[in-house]
Design a binder for this molecule. Sequence first.
Ligand code: PLP
Length: 410
Amino acid sequence: MPFESSPSAEPPQLDSWTMEGPPGAETVLNGRRYLYFAGTGYLGLQGHPALVEAAKAAADRFGIHTATTRSGFGTSPPVREVERRAAQFFGSESALYLVSGYAGNFAIAAALAPAVDVVLIDELAHDCLRESIRWLDRLQRPPLTFRHRDVDAVRQLLETEVSPGQRPLLMTDGIFPVSGNVAPVVDYLKVLAPFPGALLLVDDAHGVGAVGEHGRGTLELAGVPAQRINRALEEPTNESNDGPAAGPRVFLSATLSKAFGGHGGIIPGSAAFLDRVRQLSGWFRGASAPTAAVAAATAKGLEIVESDPQLRLRLAENVATLRHRLRALGLDVEPSPSPVVGLRLDSAERMQRVQQRLVSAGIVIAYARDYAGAGPAGMLRIAVFATHTRPMIDRLVDCLGQALQASGPG
Ligand SMILES: Cc1ncc(COP(=O)(O)O)c(C=O)c1O
């Protein structure tokens, strides 16, 4: 049995975890090896030997850092390689690699600012989307927040709050980080369609690499073609219904720090749109380029995810197994391709007790509070990876069932 089990051991304080090895199905935290169902390494690539070797080789060759920005001399060959591979992966003309996915939303917002009059945002959208609103300097009113994933609420806001001629931008996560809920992208596009100039921005940090036939994320699940994503406003979208009546423009912000095993934000799109982002956002001109070693590992992650679809299939199998087994425990878990399952129990104290019992049994799941839509009472968050085995998932679900019983309601 690879896991230490000492039910009497006090779990560590929740703010004192230190990860002492790469995240994976088993992960060393605070000196102990745990069965790990937390974090975002959905394909288990963060410690993959090929990524680590790529980083070492790049550090040997390029040093730690170019010590200048992308607009000057800061672009190293591995950074270019990430952009080349990302464009290939996402089926886009080009791609822009940034130090973080969080920042990617700011850069996109800066590029869209001249074309947005009103923002509608999901109440549980990630902080980075909410913060990116600051870059939309022509807004004619404060952002309109709508109930989580509530398409009718969006329709009503559009009908009652958006004046003729105003151009709305709807912002949402693709997969929500704690609940694992998937945004109803198809329905959003339908309700936005009657509004000329309407835009949709999806932050799909948790979807890209993990879901969709080619791993292109929530937009691929929704059937949005690659040619429609991240194009400059004056460009045609290459769709048959193009022209002024074409559907809403779709924008995607993503990260390579989760499923792809590397690090940094990625904006795949047309060359014209990315030029706009470079011109209008300070992140290209003013932030140091991603480091060469990290970029080399990230490029390798992209290569592996593209060349080994089995990884995604294994993840999909594990997602289905986990969700099925949780439903068998009587939990309200919907069938979904999302590798994140959020559980809300009747009180914060009970959720903490459940988490601590699992930790004592050698299993880590997260308890998130006041973060990314978890709300003040919080949520238990389970993340499943391609690298979890069936016995690992069984053990998690068995221990969770016992912890739920032992913790009682209330
Ligand atoms: C929805 C979402 N967007 C963006 C980010 C930030 O991405 P990055 O870690 O690449 O900055 C996160 C968090 O990790 C996230 O959960």
